[in-house]
Design a protein around this ligand. Structure first.
Ligand SMILES: [Fe+2]
Ligand SMILES: [Fe+2]
Length: 316
């Protein structure tokens, strides 16, 4: 019989308040459904739920499993670890479309035309889909019940990444719906696999994974979203602009989750965070970081210039 978790001294997160807040967001207010596309039964653990979301090829199912697992986690139904031997897939489940091509083969279009705006929204939707899988991959890969207690992550670490997975599912769903409103759909255009590939070299090392995914890739989103938002507002598309505002607000929180746990891991290992970040980026990320940086947003998220300035292409 599944045990209900009734106490958690490590968690700094109010589970029921978080669930209420996230499921009542006005921008994604669909009630939690138990759709046939979700899981017929609750997963045995958070890790198993994360693996189920990663494996889902049907995107309605991926989103629905994400919502169900988040809801069950915050209601204390799930423990962290999974069955011994449960492993995340090397690649997430995906539908046949979009076709994945090399980044150089993707056409660039001006967003002044509707076709250009659709291409932009499609590209961001693809990033958000990858972000759902990357958040669940962190949970599935690093929720190891057999790890020694001084290597185990606290429950509040998983609170943060479940929240990220749920918000990425919200971003993806909002963009997918907007593409339909504009007469297209997710899968109609080609996409590339760079985001998933950039993360894969760090599958064995949580500190490296946090350096590359939230602190490089998601922080880049903070740099470019304000200018995208201005461009979208300039072409008078308030519906798409509203989605970009939601994404920008939430992504600041995702970088903050990454920065908090990156610092935690460095301190636990007796390492200096900024210097460790630079070593890991040199090892696992190709190419310099491109300015301009959104220093204000990065600082609000806890990613201060001492981490990334020395890695900038402008300083080389
Ligand atoms: Fe996102
Ligand atoms: Fe994110």
């Amino acid at each position: 019989m599944r045990q209900r978790i009734t106490s958690d001294n490590e968690s700094s997160f109010s589970a029921s308040a978080a669930a209420e807040q996230l499921f009542k967001f006005h921008e994604w207010s669909e009630p939690l459904r138990c759709l046939p596309v979700g899981l017929a039964e609750p997963p045995g653990s958070l890790k198993e739920g994360a693996i189920a979301a990663l494996q889902a090829e049907n995107l309605d199912q991926k989103v629905e499993i994400t919502r169900q697992v988040a809801f069950q986690w915050w209601n204390g139904v799930l423990g962290v670890g999974g069955a011994v031997g449960a492993r995340p897939p090397d690649r997430p489940g995906r539908p046949l479309e979009p076709r994945l091509v090399a980044p150089r083969n993707l056409k660039k279009r001006s967003i002044r035309s509707q076709r250009g705006r659709i291409a932009l929204l499609h590209a961001i939707a693809h990033i958000e889909l990858n972000a759902i899988d990357l958040a669940w991959d962190i949970v599935a890969r690093f929720a190891d019940p057999r790890a020694k207690s001084d290597h185990r992550m606290p429950r509040s670490f998983f609170d943060g990444w479940v929240r990220v997975a749920l918000e990425e599912a919200k971003h993806f769903s909002l963009l997918r719906q907007r593409l339909i409103e504009l007469g297209s759909h997710y899968g109609a255009l080609d996409a590339h696999d760079g985001l998933w590939e950039a993360a894969q070299a760090t599958g064995h090392d949580l500190t490296a994974r946090l350096a590359i995914v939230p602190l490089i890739l998601e922080a880049r989103g903070l740099d470019i979203t304000p200018s995208l938002l201005r461009q979208i507002e300039a072409v008078e598309d308030p519906e798409s602009a509203a989605i970009f505002k939601i994404i920008y607000r939430d992504e600041l929180g995702h970088v903050a989750v990454g920065a908090k746990w990156f610092r935690y891991l460095c301190l636990r290992q007796g390492l200096e965070p900024a210097a460790s970040f630079q070593i890991l980026v040199h090892k696992y990320f190709r190419g310099p970081l491109k300015p301009p940086f959104n220093d204000f947003a990065r600082c609000r998220a806890g990613l201060t210039p001492g981490f990334y300035r020395a890695l900038s292409s402008a300083s080389q």
